[in-house]
Ligand binder design. Sequence first.
Ligand SMILES: Nc1nc(=O)c2c([nH]1)NC[C@@H]1CN(c3ccc(C(=O)N[C@@H](CCC(=O)O)C(=O)O)cc3)C=[N+]21
Length: 285
Amino acid sequence: MATILNGKELAATLRAEQTEEIRKLAPLAGRPPGLGVILVGDDPASHAYVKNKRNACKEAGIHAPEINLPHDTTRETVMEWVDKLNADPRIDGILVQLPLPPHIPKDDILLRIDPEKDVDGFHPINVGRLVIGEDTLVPCTPTGVMTLLSRYGIPVKGKKAVVLGRSLIVGKPMALLLLAADATVTICHSKTANLSEETRQADILVAALGKPLMITKDFVKKGAVVIDVGISRNDKGKLVGDVDFDSVEPIASAITPVPGGVGPMTIATLLENTLKAYKKRNHLS
Ligand SMILES: Nc1nc(=O)c2c([nH]1)NC[C@@H]1CN(c3ccc(C(=O)N[C@@H](CCC(=O)O)C(=O)O)cc3)C=[N+]21
């Protein structure tokens, strides 16, 4: 029987801690923290995520103006909104919801965000700082995974970690964070040969490939800690991860469910990053 790593419950605990901290800091700063969210187009999944973020911010006392732009918005208009949020003294964090429509070059937009307000940690300056090992804003999903591991007392130092996936948003920063925590890290991806041989070495296995239910017990060593970052919808519209939970749970020592695992931790970390940027900008500790 594996320990179920309850991200939903832990995220609620973290948000309560953040709410308390904001209540204490706002009078010192003379204002609450601010997170500006830019959403382009009408992708229903993106709108649902942004709604979750808005509710979490509201609950915690974060000022969170939302810029909703139509699908046919130009690159220049999005740039102007980023500039406006960069210059706004009440804004500590900026999030441009991804994916953007194909006619808007993502890299140009992310490069425009003030790195000190880059609560997603996607700006090349922040990616570089993470590689160097400086304290900086780090992408929310992998940071949330590290928080989940540490709050459940799961040791990382000296362990063999295998990360499945090499995206800018999850795989690469996940590998760097595990490395910084002294794990021995392997990154696997779609071209990896003998994938299950690699994954069966893992003490900690992080699945972020976007292939629903692909990871069965054949990919997992007995007693491994299994973290599922996948979020896909099946034909019934139900949320499923990259891990076949029913197959893997009996042999894992700990495992995250989907939903209720990594997803809620992502949002709690977005608030944490906003708070971090706010404290730095206001010289509060
Ligand atoms: N600039 C940017 N930053 C992001 O961090 C970002 C993004 N764009 N685009 C989309 C992805 C996806 N993402 C999720 C956040 C929360 C849940 C989450 O809370 N999931 C719940 C379930 C939600 C549901 O039921 O739909 C759970 O897993 O329990 C999932 C996915 C952030 N992303």
